[in-house]
Structure formats: C-alpha cells, structure tokens
Design a protein around this ligand. Structure first.
Ligand SMILES: C[S@@+](CC[C@H](N)C(=O)[O-])C[C@H]1O[C@@H](n2cnc3c(N)ncnc32)[C@H](O)[C@@H]1O
Length: 270
C-alpha cells in the first residue's frame, strides 16, 4: 500500500473517490473521511455528499446543507495521530515526539529500535521519518497490542517500513548497529544491556517515562552502566495561543503533564 500521507498522492491535486481527506470547518471541527460514492457526511455544520467534493481541487471549499463553508484538505501526519489512530494504550504525544525525532537525528534511512510498540502511534511517526530507505524494529510483549499497532500503521501505508516483534527487550534484541532507539516501557533501567548491544557506538536513545521516580531510577542506572554519556532529561510544555479578532491570549487549558524525555548516547565502554 502506498503511504496516504503527503507527497504520495496518486490523484494529483484533485480529490477522487477512495481518497481520505480532512474536511475542515474550524479548529474544533475537522473530520477525517474516506470519500465513497453517495456517502453523506454529517456534522453540526450540516451535511455534504461525497460526490459534491470529488473532482474538486485539494484546498477548495464547499457549502453544506446548512449553508456553512468548509474546506477539503489533504490530511497531515498529525491529523492521523489525532483522529485516525486507534488507541489501546497510552501514547506519546506529538509535542514530545517532535522533539524526540530531532534529538535522535532520525532521517530517511535511519534504522531505529522501538519498545514498547503499544498502539503503534510512535512507530508510525518513526516510520514516516525513516522512509523510504530506513526501517523501524519494534518490540512489544503483549500480543493483543501488536494487531492493533499493525492495523494503525497499515492504515497510514507505512507497514513496509516497520517490523514488529513479539518479545521483551529485557531478554534481548536481535538487531545490531541500530542508529537510534525510542524506549517507552515502565522499567527501562532493566533493559539497558539489551539496548546497549543493539545500538551502534555513538547512537542516541530517548526514553519516555511518566513519573519522577522512574526518571531518577533511569538516571542512576544510565550513570552507573558505563556505556552511556550525555545524559539529559526534559519536560515539554506546550501552550496554545487562542486567536480571535478581539482577543489573543494563552488558552485556559493545556495538557499539564505527559512524561519526561531522557536522552543518552551509547559509547564504547572503557
Ligand atoms: C505506553 S505503551 C507504548 C506506547 C507507544 N510509545 C505509542 O506512542 O503508541 C508501553 C508498551 O510497552 C509494552 N512493554 C512493556 N514492557 C516491555 C518490554 N520489556 N519489552 C517490550 N514491550 C514492553 C507494553 O505492553 C505497552 O504496550
């Protein structure tokens, strides 16, 4: 399957049947829909029939049965993360993932370790950045999550850049000389030897831990391991600014806490 995201757009700049599009009314009303013949798409902004959108240019507008204007957009990766992924586990939020990608230097061609895979949300983001030349090797201990993750990743057409293995990374990782790792498991300090063996010298690793107790335990373990340097920890706080013609000010609500990002680089011991 071709990736449904970005540059791979078989229909060019025109909307066709079978395309998945984002119907946008305002920042709170955005709908990810697959356009099928005769399909009616309804919301509190009215109804629009898919046939009235098909054939239009991406980026053009349409009018609903309630005379409200909407726009037809090509979905971005973040639209899929927000609306198109089934969540069976906690996931790492975009605010954290974006910084992790940069910290880890993930690029097309990177071979990346990931554990645990959970819902495949992070796996999909990694696959998006390593394609078309790289690969993500994901490990997950719970079989029931693997199917959910595979479906989520396949929905984005990113499955050929991902291998998911059923296994506990504390017991070992098969791959060697990997370029980077993202570790989101409850007890990462128990997996440091496996991660150390799987990464190439100098490769970065980013851990995601929700609590301060985990952060302290992980820091102590990284410090005493001897094979990791440049240990750093971050918390990302993202505050949206509400924009309206009469008032521009920070949003009243924000996500208070997701987790801490712990970064380290694997070096040769001794
Ligand atoms: C919070 S979820 C990961 C979510 C993922 N980062 C995402 O954004 O979709 C943590 C996952 O780690 C898995 N897990 C826990 N310990 C593990 C281990 N030692 N090896 C592999 N997977 C593990 C759990 O089963 C769970 O699915």
């Amino acid at each position: 399957m071709t990736s449904v995201l970005n540059h791979n757009n078989p229909g060019g700049n025109f909307v066709g049947y079978g395309n998945e599009v984002l119907l946008y009314f305002d920042r709170k009303r955005k709908f990810l829909v697959k356009l099928e013949q005769g399909k009616k798409i309804s919301s509190d902004r009215g109804t629009i029939v898919a046939d009235n959108i098909v054939g239009k240019s991406i980026g053009s507008s349409f009018i609903t049965s309630l005379n409200v204007r909407g726009w037809v957009l090509k979905p971005l990766l973040i639209d899929y993360l927000e609306k198109g992924i089934k969540r069976a586990t906690q996931v790492i939020y975009p605010k954290d993932l974006g910084f992790m990608i940069l910290l880890l230097g993930i690029e097309s061609g990177s071979r990346v370790l990931e554990a645990g895979v959970g819902s495949g949300n992070t796996t999909a983001v990694l696959a998006y950045f390593v394609k078309p030349l790289g690969h993500v090797y994901g490990y997950e201990v719970r079989k029931e999550f693997i199917e959910i993750a595979k479906n989520n990743i396949a929905r984005l057409g990113l499955d050929k850049y991902v291998t998911i293995k059923h296994g506990d990374i504390k017991e070992g990782i098969e791959e060697r000389d990997l370029d980077a790792a993202v570790i989101d498991i409850p007890d990462p300090w128990e997996a440091l030897n496996s991660i150390y063996v799987a990464l190439r010298p100098s490769a970065p690793v980013a851990f995601f831990v929700p609590s301060m107790q985990q952060l302290i335990k992980l820091y102590d373990a990284l410090n005493s391991h001897g094979g990791f340097i440049d240990i750093k920890a971050y918390e990302i706080l993202l505050r949206e600014i509400e924009l309206s013609p009469t008032s521009i000010r920070p949003a009243t609500r924000m996500i208070g806490h997701t987790g801490y990002i712990v970064f380290a680089r694997r070096v040769l011991k001794g």
